[in-house]
Design a protein. Structure first.
Ligand code: FE
Length: 338
């Protein structure tokens, strides 16, 4: 009993210390430090609120918040896909925060209905081919990649990857499970090799001639184009982006986004930070640093991204994408997508 009392006192004292000290906010970020820290530093400069940044894999951060429970110091969770934000909400690790900024700057389908999370940027996942090849002049839909004429010609990473899971979840939402499964079965039959590596590896395999079509997020291609490694630049320069489904539902997009943590001991500071990340400056910096599409209208894309062309994006409520994740994973499994 004495031990419990002692622990309570220690917890009470340490919480008191935090409250009495300088304002701060604890950010758990699945986004790499270099791709978020400068924006957080700017926030500190402008507000005097100190930001404590913890980076890690999204699933690890989510389990950490879960394990920490009531005493979790997490205020803000940043992830690079909608699926994880929905998962955090489903686990009861987030809370609602609705602000005029969020409502006016983030399109409805890119935020949670109850205000538990919202998008900071959009990420597109089109089809890539080699510039000047016969494929480069084609008009393609994702469905084209499941055609019987493309046997052994498609490169895409594993189904364990959340980008693919979210892509198939979005497809189920838009065309129904049956059509989605027909597509995935056809696609798997056309794989050039068993899925391996990340999106950059699919782009490399494409240019190396191991496949004629690759599915990858555009910021990887942009990152390669801007790389300090000339070999990466040389590869990326050979790639042409084809925007699929431009005559119907549009190309698949995912998001990077933010959520206010359930316990958020510094919730006032956290709310200020969340709004700050949507202001024009932050959105502009974020778009340039990450080569993703800013969620705020009127903010310019990074020049390399602009060169890949404008496109019609699918309009799927991303909350649905998260909810359909389990169904998508099962479907991909049945179709043999390793
Ligand atoms: Fe990524």
């Amino acid at each position: 009993m004495l031990k419990i009392i002692r622990i309570s006192i220690i917890v009470f004292i340490s919480m008191g210390t935090v409250a009495a000290g300088a304002a701060e906010v604890n950010v758990y970020s699945a986004r790499k430090e270099a791709l978020i820290k400068p924006a957080l530093d700017k926030f500190t400069q402008q507000t005097d609120i100190q930001v404590n940044l913890i980076t890690g894999k999204a699933d690890a951060l989510i389990s950490r918040i879960k394990t920490e429970g009531k005493f979790s110091p997490a205020d803000v969770l940043l992830t690079t896909d909608a699926g994880r934000l929905v998962r955090a909400k489903q686990l009861g690790l987030t809370q609602a925060y609705q602000s005029d900024t969020i409502h006016s700057q983030v399109p409805e389908q890119l935020r949670d209905e109850q205000g538990h999370w919202f998008a900071l940027t959009m990420r597109a996942r089109p089809i890539m081919v080699v510039k000047g090849s016969a494929q480069a002049s084609l008009t393609l839909d994702y469905e084209s990649l499941a055609g019987t004429d493309l046997n052994g010609k498609v490169c895409v990473r594993s189904s364990s990857n959340i980008y693919n899971q979210s892509m198939i979840s979005a497809l189920i939402h838009q065309v129904g499970a049956e059509k989605a499964e027909t597509f995935v079965s056809g696609l798997v039959k056309n794989f050039a090799r068993p899925p391996k590596g990340g999106d950059r590896d699919q782009i490399k395999a494409l240019v190396a001639g191991q496949c004629q079509f690759a599915i990858a997020n555009t910021y990887y291609l942009a990152g390669m184009l801007q790389s300090k490694d000339p070999s990466q630049v040389a590869i990326a320069k050979q790639v042409h982006v084809i925007w699929p489904n431009q005559d119907d539902r549009g190309a698949h997009v995912n998001i990077s986004g933010a959520a206010l943590a359930k316990e958020a001991p510094n919730s006032d500071s956290a709310k200020q930070l969340l709004d700050f990340l949507l202001n024009e400056d932050s959105q502009s910096w974020y778009a340039q640093a990450n080569h993703e599409y800013p969620v705020r209208a009127g903010v310019a894309n990074s020049p390399v991204l602009s060169e890949m062309g404008a496109f019609k994006a699918e309009q799927v409520p991303l909350a649905r994408v998260g909810e359909l994740n389990t169904e998508a994973v099962k479907l991909m499994d049945r179709a043999g997508w390793k």
